[in-house]
Design a protein around this ligand. Structure first.
Ligand code: NHR
Ligand code: GAR
Length: 210
């Protein structure tokens, strides 16, 4: 087993961050044939595959085809990067403890879709992103790392999403590297870095690095 398979549905900016960090991305799979991230992967000479969920009669049948395509690569890790299809418990069981997701909120707040709009509507003052292990429950699973950003006066959804995305591109490569290097230990529901490294980033002032 070696390397990482990345699952995407769209733009692929997190995929790009992983590749640019030098991580061993062996294949990129998308449920959207037109995903921009597939074009990027092809340009980089990475193997790609498109599996259109609309070609399958059920969620289980799509998940089975996706799992088979992943297993053909025998990856160490499966990384969801803007992948927009909920995965069945059967799929999760096959890749347990080596299936990661990045979610654009500070979990357990704002699971599901449209997180930035919902954060603004709720009036939260701090928002962010979370990398977690995927389990059967949507946007649940043990937390690997989080990044926090302020919500600033005058923010709209696009401004807030852009501020969070900068941090996503920092924490996802870090989390994947830690996993590949065997640095993460599980203690019940908690994941800890072996060396006790801080598992958060705080972009307190826009433009600052910590
Ligand atoms: N699967 C499991 N089992 N657990 C998680 O935590 C998952 C997952 C699959 C994807 C990413 C996710 C997110 O971080 C993710 C986490 C899609 C939906 C969704 O409702 C929700 C959460 C996430 C991704 N998708 C619709 C569906 O019917 C389709 C939406 C669309 O195609 O645009 O699957 O937020
Ligand atoms: C990212 O913000 C990611 O956190 C989010 O979608 C965006 C994908 O961007 N993921 C979800 O909302 C999962 N439901 P990208 O394709 O440019 O990486």
């Amino acid at each position: 087993m070696s390397g990482v398979v990345v699952l995407i549905s769209g733009r692929g900016s997190n995929l790009r961050a992983l590749v640019e960090a030098g991580l061993p991305v062996r294949a990129v799979l998308s449920n959207q044939v037109q995903a921009a991230g597939l074009t990027y992967a092809r340009e980089k000479g990475i193997a790609t595959g498109a599996i259109d969920h609309r070609d399958f009669a059920s969620r289980a049948a799509f998940d089975e085809a996706l799992a088979a395509a992943i297993e053909a690569c025998s990856p160490e890790l499966v990384v969801l990067a803007g992948f927009m299809r909920v995965l069945s418990s059967g799929f999760v069981a096959r890749f347990r403890a080596r299936l990661l997701n990045i979610h654009p909120s500070l979990l357990p707040a704002f699971t599901g879709l449209h997180t930035h709009a919902r954060a603004l509507a709720a009036g939260v003052k701090i928002h962010g992103a979370t990398v977690h292990w995927v389990d059967e429950i949507l946007d649940h699973g043990p937390i690997l790392i989080q990044a926090a950003v302020p919500v600033l006066p005058g923010d709209d959804e696009a401004a807030l999403a852009a501020r969070v995305l900068v941090q996503e591109h920092r924490i996802y490569p870090l989390a994947v590297r830690w996993m590949l290097d065997g640095q993460i230990e599980q203690h019940g529901e908690c994941l800890r870095h072996r060396l006790g490294l801080a598992q958060y980033l705080w972009a307190g002032v826009p433009g600052s690095t910590q």
